[in-house]
Design a binder for this molecule. Structure first.
Ligand code: NAD
Length: 258
């Protein structure tokens, strides 16, 4: 039977790849995120063409709790419940701590951490009522280890690991699992955008940032792909993963083994 899946921040990058993965499995999708009307329509159409399920778009801004509540309520009203919640929306800002704009700190904590409190807070009553649920948090290797110049991002992602474990314990007897996926570097728009700033902060060329900074952390020297992350999300949503909860899957080319 088709599941209902909400993926925050799924108009681009990893979120879009995860939405495509669930669509191919025949699930109903709620797509969310920013972008031009044309880009959003294209994402809805292309995800919708991949499987038998239905696809809708909801424009909730992950900094706005009432819009997040409406996102979850819309999934329920449209499809009669919510089986899988993927907290994926995220932004980045790269800067030394003393130059870090306070409003950027607030924005990153809101989108990369607090929005997941609100999605989970609204989704859990629906999942408890249904007697099952899967919550998948797109965290990062930066949820486990730090890198300089990313104070807000690393703090938010470490917070997401704490949220994942706490909520997993609370829901352990309700057939609802809560897990994190911790990717290394994936060449999405989020990473492309930080290359010029990292180059500036470290006094390097953009090519040096790719090879010496980004992939320096990844022993395999290869970027992770969106499809590999989607496959992990599908696994965490499957029956085979019913006893996997409160933990993370690292897909980081060996980064956090060091
Ligand atoms: P991306 O920039 O390609 O996509 C981010 C998505 O979030 C977009 O759909 C964007 O519209 C949406 N978004 C941004 N602000 C929003 C807001 N206020 N409300 C609603 N949607 C909003 O980024 P990505 O690389 O695909 O990252 C997705 C997730 O994966 C993030 O949480 C990121 O931290 C995490 N991650 C990425 C990498 C990587 O290397 N790309 C590595 C580890 C973890």
């Amino acid at each position: 039977m088709a599941r209902t899946v909400v993926v925050t921040g799924s108009t681009s990058g990893i979120g879009l790849g995860i939405a495509e993965g669930f669509a191919k499995a025949g699930d109903n999708l709620v797509i969310n995120g920013f972008g031009s009307e044309e880009a959003i329509n294209q994402a809805v159409e292309s995800v919708g063409s991949l499987g038998e399920g239905s696809v809708i778009y909801h424009p909730a801004d992950m900094t706005k709790p009432d819009e997040i509540a409406d996102l979850i309520a819309t999934a329920d009203q449209t499809f009669g419940g919510l089986d899988v919640l993927v907290n994926n929306a995220g932004v980045q800002h790269v800067s030394a701590i003393e130059d870090f704009p306070p409003e950027k700190w607030d924005q990153i904590i809101a989108i990369n951490l607090t929005s997941s409190f609100h999605t989970i807070h609204n989704a859990v009553p629906l999942m408890k009522k249904a007697g099952h649920g899967r919550i998948i948090n797109l965290v990062s290797a930066h949820g486990l280890v730090a890198s300089p110049f990313k104070s807000a991002y690393v703090a938010a992602k470490h917070g997401m690991m704490g949220l994942t474990k706490t909520v997993a314990l609370e829901l352990a007897r309700h057939n609802i699992t809560v897990n994190a996926i911790c990717p290394g570097y994936v060449l999405t728009p989020l990473v492309q955008k930080q290359i010029p700033d990292t180059a500036k902060a470290r006094g390097l060329t953009e090519e040096q940032v790719k090879t010496d900074v980004l992939l320096a952390a990844q022993p395999t020297k290869q970027f992770v792909t969106v499809e590999q992350i989607a496959a992990a999300a599908l696994y965490l949503a499957s029956d085979a993963a019913s006893q996997v909860t409160g933990t993370h899957i690292s897909i980081d080319g060996g980064w956090t083994a060091q």
